[in-house]
Every structure is written in structure tokens, then in C-alpha cells.
Design a protein around this ligand. Structure first.
Ligand SMILES: Nc1ncnc2c1ncn2[C@@H]1O[C@H](COP(=O)(O)OP(=O)(O)OP(=O)(O)O)[C@@H](O)[C@H]1O
Ligand SMILES: [Mg+2]
Length: 293
């Protein structure tokens, strides 16, 4: 349904001395109909950039994007506009994605007007029902609704044009645990009802397990693992993410121990709990449990 082939995206930072950042590096992936592919990886690994590439919100420096077998990589803005409604984004920062000076109703009607939808009020009523929002909310401004309600509004806007593919970019990372669960359930329900495919971006492995049919692990711009079972990781990095998560679950959230814990491939429980000693090894010194005999 959606295919990315050898996608590369490079950004340049700074004006005087430009630094090159390869945000996405030669990535290929395929998302089938009615499938949820979870994209996992830590901050800065290139997840959002990859999502934006697939939606053609940004153009790749190399590689191609196919939507139902047609190559949309170089499509002109005018052509893209025709298929835009099938490709939607639930953005990473919902609070920034609605115009704060517009009432919710105006934000929800805008895409319907732009796409010349005839029975706008009927469509609006349908999507409000589907995402579980009361009509009184329509007259409020974004700052007058809760985080969970705001996320439902954004989901309503994303589904109002009957899309085929949605990139859900950390859709629940700003919400508290109980609201998070209700939004995840809603996204699952919507997926069935609308026969959608998702690229579901998250750094939370629990969320990934709940949502995903398939998992892609991204590290420094590359996909380093593709797997349909997170219980059986293949790449050491994925294994490390899972181990770290287990350690965090067992030990709570305060790190009294080694400052390198979060990045260390050898991290064990003790490294999390206690400050590592400085150990002498062949006349050299290292502050690490690994060298303690
Ligand atoms: N518009 C941009 N201009 C310049 N650099 C960018 C731009 N967008 C992303 N980057 C850089 O590309 C890299 C990947 O960023 P990206 O936002 O895709 O990561 P991410 O995996 O989504 O991270 P997070 O989990 O924090 O959202 C980062 O180094 C980032 O600074
Ligand atoms: Mg991101």
C-alpha cells in the first residue's frame, strides 16, 4: 500500500559552519493494507522525518515513495493535493497543530471545505460520533479542552476525509496513563472501522506491543531490525532497549547509579542502583562495575 525505497533525508544545521545530519539513511519499508507498523527508536533517530517522507510532507534527497503502486516522490503540488486526503498525520505535538485562535469547529470544517465536501455537517457529526466527542466542544477554543479531548479532535480531523494511511507520531506521549489507554483503544477501533494502515511511531515499547503487527527499530537514521515479535529481539540494540525497560520497571525511575546507564550495552541492575566504584585495571583506572571482580 505504502512503500518507501532507499529513502535518504539530509539536513544541514548552522549558517557558518554547516553540519550535515543524515536524519534518514537508505531506509526501505512497506506497509500493507490494514496493517500497523510500529517504528521504535530513541529521540533523534529519525522517526518523525521518516513519517513525514512517507506522507510527502517533505521530499527525500534520495529514494522513492509509492502509494498504491504509483510513484509519488516527484509529484507536483497540484497532483499531491489530490491524494493528500488519503495520507494523514497525527502529529507529535497536538497542541501546536490546531490554530489557537480558531474554534474547534472551524479547524474541523477547514479540510472539508478545502476538499469541497458537500454534506459537511453530516460528515462532521459522523466523525465526532466516531471519536467520542460531544458537539458542545465545537464552540470551544483548543485551550479550553483537555489533552485527551484535543487528541480526539485531531483524530477526528485526520479521519474526516476517509484516509487510507495515517502516520501516528507519538500520539499519546503527552497524555497521562489512563487517557493514553483510551486513545490507543480509539485508534485501534478507528483502524478497523475505516480500514486504515498506520505507521505508529513510539519510543514506548509497551505501547508498541499493544499497537503493532510489525516492528521496525530505527537507530541513527537506519532501520536496524524488522520483526513481528518484540519478545524475540534480534539486534543487540533492540535487546538493550528491552533490557533497559525491564530494569526500569523493576527499579522505579530514579537513577542513583551510573550516569552512562541509559546508553550502556552492558548495563545491569546494580549499575542502575548504585554508583560504580573506580577500579584499577593494569595501572589504569575506570569507573565501572564491569571491571569489579
Ligand atoms: N527540519 C529540520 N531541519 C534540520 N534538522 C532536522 C529537521 N528535522 C529533523 N532534524 C534532525 O534530524 C534528526 C532526526 O530528527 P527526527 O525528528 O526525525 O527524530 P525523532 O526520532 O522523531 O526524535 P524524537 O523522538 O525526539 O521525536 C535530528 O538530529 C534532528 O535534529
Ligand atoms: Mg519525532
Amino acid at each position: 500500500m505504502i512503500i518507501g525505497k532507499n529513502l535518504t533525508k539530509i539536513f544541514y544545521h548552522g549558517y557558518i559552519r554547516k553540519t550535515k545530519i543524515v536524519a534518514v539513511n537508505n531506509v526501505s519499508l512497506k506497509i500493507n493494507e490494514n496493517e500497523t507498523v510500529c517504528l521504535i527508536g530513541e529521540s533523534g533517530s529519525g522517526k518523525s522525518t521518516l513519517g513525514h517522507l512517507l506522507l510527502r510532507l517533505i521530499k527525500p534527497d534520495k529514494g522513492d515513495i509509492y502509494f498504491y503502486n504509483s510513484n509519488i516522490t516527484k509529484m507536483k503540488e497540484k497532483e499531491i493535493r489530490k491524494i493528500r486526503k488519503y495520507l494523514q498525520l497525527i502529529p507529535q505535538h497536538p497542541d501546536l497543530s490546531l490554530n489557537p485562535r480558531w474554534k474547534i469547529k472551524k479547524s474541523l470544517l477547514e479540510p472539508l471545505i478545502l476538499n469541497k465536501i458537500e454534506n459537511k455537517d453530516e460528515v462532521l457529526r459522523r466523525v465526532l460520533y466516531d471519536v467520542g466527542i460531544k458537539e458542545e466542544l465545537l464552540d470551544r477554543y483548543p485551550h479550553e479542552v483537555s489533552g485527551g479531548e484535543l487528541q480526539r479532535v485531531i483524530i477526528a480531523r485526520a479521519i474526516s476525509l476517509k484516509p487510507k494511511f495515517i502516520v501516528c507520531d507519538e500520539p499519546t506521549s503527552m497524555l497521562d496513563i489512563s487517557t493514553q489507554a483510551s486513545i490507543l483503544n480509539l485508534l485501534k477501533k478507528i483502524k478497523e472501522e475505516y480500514k486504515l494502515s498506520y505507521l505508529f511511531i513510539t519510543h514506548d515499547l509497551d505501547v508498541a506491543k499493544i499497537m503493532g503487527d510489525k516492528f521496525l527499530v530505527m537507530y541513527r537514521g537506519e532501520i536496524i531490525e524488522e520483526n513481528d515479535n518484540l519478545e524475540k529481539p534480534l539486534h543487540p540494540y533492540t535487546e538493550m532497549l528491552l533490557n533497559r525497560k525491564r530494569l526500569l520497571e523493576n527499579n522505579g525511575n530514579v537513577n542513583n547509579g551510573c550516569k552512562f546507564f541509559y546508553h550502556c550495552p552492558y548495563a545491569e541492575e546494580i549499575c542502575f542502583k548504585e554508583e560504580p566504584p573506580t577500579v584499577e585495571v593494569n595501572g589504569k583506572k575506570v569507573k565501572c562495575f564491569k571491571y569489579l571482580k
